[in-house]
Write a protein that binds this ligand. Sequence first.
Ligand code: 0X9
Ligand code: ZN
Length: 304
Amino acid sequence: NYILSDYQRHSTINTWINDMASQYSQASVRSVGTSYEGRDMRAITISSGSGRPAIVIDCGIHAREWISPSTCIYAIKNLLERYDSDNNVRQMVDRYDWHFLPVANPDGYEYTHTSDRMWRKNRAPTNDWLCPAGIDLNRNFDIFWGEAGVSFDPCDDTYPGTRGFSEVETQAIRDWINGISNKKLYLNIHSYTQLWLTPWGYNPNERYPADYAEIERVGIAAMDALEAVNGRSFVVGTPPDILYEAAGGAYDWAKAVGGVPYSYAPELRPATAGEGGFILDASNITPAGAEVFEALRVHSEQMQ
Ligand code: 0X9
Ligand code: ZN
């Protein structure tokens, strides 16, 4: 049970993913790409059959948001370990194929462990000798790229790179999503402030997608279940309405181009900077994982 006892290094997570796949027949590993510094971007699929619709979840696209990878790990662990004993979990796995990428930005994640706990971006080079590395991967998807919520100063946290999909990590995430058929749900998991963000993060042509009412309905049902676990409340809404506009985000791309009908960007614990912000005590790993797992269960039950 070491894996949820603390935030883990990338190599530990990759080894654990392989261990899960060798222990459980429903699990299989694949590499979706290699990061700029050469780390393996390892994904795991959980499936008990064939031809099921897909749920696709990535964590850790922002390096410092450590509660995100741990929550992916919690979900993988619980889907596999409780499949035989828990009817709810068995239904989750029998209804959907689950695809997880627990660390979408491995170079940034390692950098937060070794050098700068508050790093957000990847570690690929910029053209600025003052700030020689770092592109915000959640501004680098080719969907209204660079139009809002970015800074073109490579020293800034929202530097989107020089063009959409300039980064090997976003290319890998894109190709991984495109390679999965019959996708129903995509989650691009962040922290913090306890939001379940709905599309669009930025869209100059429409404020809400045509199927917004359904996206909102399922999101609210999921948050009711999440809150029932530990009493934490999450707000459902779009970034322009409840946070800020930002273009080039993964979940906007997944819905608009990737063709995933239900697409969200959750912002996990905590609610406030006073509770730790990005630097959240490891005692939150299990309760955060458990509450998000309930939200996943409701998504899998309620999506049409
Ligand atoms: O700014 C972001 O990328 C996310 N917030 S965070 O504090 N984790 O950095 C919000 C992403 C919402 N998605 C889009 N606006 N596309
Ligand atoms: Zn983030």
